[in-house]
Design a protein around this ligand. Structure first.
Ligand code: IDC
Length: 515
């Protein structure tokens, strides 16, 4: 009896499968294709349908609106009500609000254009919360070489592409190329969505009123996109008051390595995705104090390099061995008066008024009084962002937060070297933020604090995760070819050639990949 029932049940299930299969059989999708199973699953889940003429058109492009809507239906179980005239406007709004894409990536006029592979990867990785395991097993280095066109992938997508490969959402073409700007076909869309949904650790959103995802992917463009910066709360923001994060390189001492502050050098970093450059103008050590006019000319031409590349630029009064900023306060006032007047109408400039106070100095007795003299000089000309260091080589951000400066658009710098500094310093940053003190990492290295040793990439990754989660901007030390591990370039690199992987040091490869 029991056996008979089982046989009947099995037969019924078998017939149902056959019926379902034939219902999802398309005249242009043969059983033997690699994507057939994925298409069938997509169709049976109601995520994407075929055409009335019985075709599926697997090789046709899929548009932004279609792909993002499929992802939306898959993640939340339903379409969103349209919010505008386009049928997918509600889904697109949902995607934008949840940071599946940034405002500069998909404009309304693009909804019906074919989605690029790089955007499909981004949307999928974020929508399905694909695990961020690209730091494991040196995945970055592995894919950097195995994806043959890795250097064609814009920096903002590189890690997402690695994440997608690492989680087996897709592979390259027969030449092992990713083809970031190629279109995605309908068949490929089915495959990537089905793989992502089985891979996903996403907890489906229950209703349209669920909390939006935490703000993590900030706008990341150049000056022409973001304009004048300001600080709102503790967050650096663009001219529209939207959060912005800046990433880039610091020069080494400009008195020694001005060749790496050339237009082409800075352009190379922009090519990797940087949107800021810092000019380290040492005061001592044969720097500005001892040869003012020539260093000033070098600095102004380095600023031009950044301006011509549409980048923000930090003008850094690089005190180091001269640990007390008050020592050269008059020179600082004179210098910043001239520079801030010269660049008053240029939104690119950020003024860093004391790199690293050190020695027998305190925040309240030395650094703060210095800042209270220099900032008003800058404010005569511009309301640009001013960065202020703190004692212990700009690590005492807690002291600054306890006794803050009362000016707008001020941020406190915190400097770290991954081989030397860790959770204690991160705790100080969180403390400062809790006291509403805005933080900017105007210098960090993958090395130990002396600029050599390591490199410490795991510790660096821990730091960058921490900063990313808080929307904190950072600048890496340093853009030069000196034989020290913190240098981004191998000795002998030509500052003005287009750099390849062979020119980048271990640190440089890692850092440029993180822009
Ligand atoms: C280091 C350079 C090194 C140079 C030294 C002294 O990497 O080549 O000999 O300065 O001029 C800082 C400073 C920065 C240091 C860097 C690494 O801001 O000037 O550069 N560092 O030691 N603070 C912490 C580390």
């Amino acid at each position: 009896m029991k056996l008979k029932l089982t046989i009947i049940t099995l037969t019924a299930v078998f017939i149902m499968i056959m019926l379902l299969q034939s219902a999802f059989a398309f005249s242009d999708v043969s059983e033997s294709e690699w994507y057939t199973e994925n298409i069938r699953n997509m169709v049976s889940l109601g995520l994407l349908s075929g055409y009335e003429d019985g075709t599926f058109r697997p090789d046709d492009d899929i548009t932004y609106a279609e792909f993002i809507s499929v992802a939306k239906r898959c993640v939340t179980g339903a379409n969103a009500q349209p919010t505008g005239s386009h049928w997918a406007s509600g889904n697109m709004k949902y995607a934008y609000d949840n940071r599946w894409y940034d405002y500069d990536e998909v404009y309304d006029a693009d909804f019906d254009k074919p989605i690029t592979r790089q955007m499909a990867v981004k949307v999928t990785a974020i929508a399905f919360s694909i695990p961020e395991n690209e730091h494991d097993n040196n995945a970055y280095y592995h894919y950097m070489t195995s994806i043959k066109d890795f250097d064609q992938i814009p920096g903002r997508y590189a890690y997402l592409v690695i994440r997608a490969y690492n989680n087996k959402l897709l592979t390259g073409d027969e030449n092992e190329r990713f083809n970031p700007l190629s279109h995605l076909t309908r068949a490929e869309a089915c495959a990537i969505i089905m793989r992502a949904s089985s891979n996903s650790v996403h907890t489906p959103v229950q209703s349209e009123t669920a909390d939006p995802a935490p703000v993590q992917n900030y706008i990341n463009g150049g000056v022409s996109q973001n304009g004048r910066l300001s600080v709102i709360g503790t967050q650096l923001c663009n001219q529209n008051g939207e959060p912005v994060v800046l990433h880039g390189m610091s020069s080494h001492g400009i008195q020694w390595y001005s060749n790496f502050a050339s237009y082409n050098s800075v352009k190379n970093t922009a090519g990797y995705g940087a949107n800021i450059f810092r000019i380290a103008m040492y005061t001592a050590e044969n720097g500005y104090i001892s040869q003012r006019d020539s260093i000033k000319q070098t600095v102004f031409s380095a600023i031009d390099s950044a301006l011509m590349n549409d980048m923000y630029v930090i003008l850094d009064w690089h005190i180091l061995s001269d640990g007390d900023p008050l020592q050269y306060v008059n020179e600082a006032k004179e210098f910043f008066a001239e520079a801030s007047l010269k660049y008053a109408d240029t939104p690119n400039l950020i003024y860093e008024i004391c790199n690293e106070p050190s020695g027998n100095v305190s925040w309240s007795n030395n650094v703060k009084p210095y800042a209270e003299q220099v900032i008003p000089v800058i404010r005569q000309n511009t309301n640009a962002i001013v960065l202020v260091g703190s004692p212990t080589w700009s690590q005492d951000v807690d002291a600054a937060a306890n006794d803050p400066l009362y000016f707008d658009n001020i941020m406190y710098t915190c400097h770290f070297y991954a081989g030397t500094h860790g959770s204690q310093l991160r705790d100080k940053i969180d403390y400062a933020l809790s006291k509403n003190a805005p933080i900017f990492i105007s210098e960090w290295g993958t090395s130990a604090a002396d600029g050599s040793g390591g490199v410490y990439l795991n510790q660096s990754a821990e730091w960058l995760d921490f900063l990313n989660a808080r929307g904190i901007s950072w600048v890496n030390w340093s853009l030069c070819d000196k034989a020290e591990s913190s240098a981004a370039l191998n000795p002998g690199t030509n500052p003005d050639s287009v750099w390849t992987e062979n020119d980048l040091s271990e640190s440089g490869k890692y850092v440029m990949g993180m822009f």
